[in-house]
Write a protein that binds this ligand. Sequence first.
Ligand code: PXG
Length: 292
Amino acid sequence: MKVYLNGKLVPQSKACVSVFDHGLLYGDGVFEGIRTYNRRVFMLDEHVARLYRSARAIALDIPISQAAMSAAVVMTCNANRTWDGYVRVVVTRGVGTLGLNPYVCKKPQIIIIAGRIQLYPHELYEKGMSIITAGTVRNHPEAVNPCIKSLNYLNNILAKIEAINAGVMEAIMLNHNGHVAEATGDNVFAIQGDRLMTPPPSAGLLEGITRDVVITLAGQRGMTVMERDMTRYDLYTADEVFLTGTAAEIVPVVRIDRRVIGTGKPGRKTLELSTAFKEFARQQGTPLRGCT
Ligand code: PXG
């Protein structure tokens, strides 16, 4: 595998960063996870724009333009023949000292890894997923805003530990008001009748790019889409619940905190949206080498 590191493609074995990198020492940096489908990079401009927003929010100046970043992603995918895969873009603050001061870090490190992604097991998409609500509260937006896709995922990892320890793979995180925010690496949706509900960004969540696509696709299918504050009540009493994310796509949820959701099977509308999403993802995207 060839890894993009600060403008060059280097063999995986040579793709190293310093132990003094503030990304490692403090989680001081930002990242993106992007998919390729059918020789196209899905929603590349949107991911790159979010990366630069995240960087801006932590006062990190990425030393190349957004267009150059997009070109670097395409180049890395082509070099690795990542036609149906997963791309991780990481920008760290760079090498500094053992102190916190980010301004001593003069050169942000840009890393692009084009590889595979481990999706949830196939049967989860057919049978649906069991999840819990976590006790770990989602970061307060006035602390580290969850809109920032930063390298510090400890808040999410603490909730993920709760999930795994409870024997499930995902956890819903609530915010400081007890409202539903999101899952540890996915956004959450609930369907009640013809209404599709998802928490608003003000609830403290990453504005997922898959979330945006699903909102658009649902609108096109005549569903009423509402961004509104939700509590566990809305999840427990929903007809259907599902999670969305770049890696996960659309995952039906059939149990929350051991309560059965809807019929206990993936819902019809969830499956419809999932089919529409797959169709859209195959057709849309920035072309890679050999894309027809
Ligand atoms: N919320 C959070 C906290 C995320 O990290 C999403 C929602 C979904 O956003 P997109 O734009 O992908 O639709 C994410 C992104 C993992 C993993 O290993 C997941 C993400 C990022 C990094 C790792 O599960 N999801």
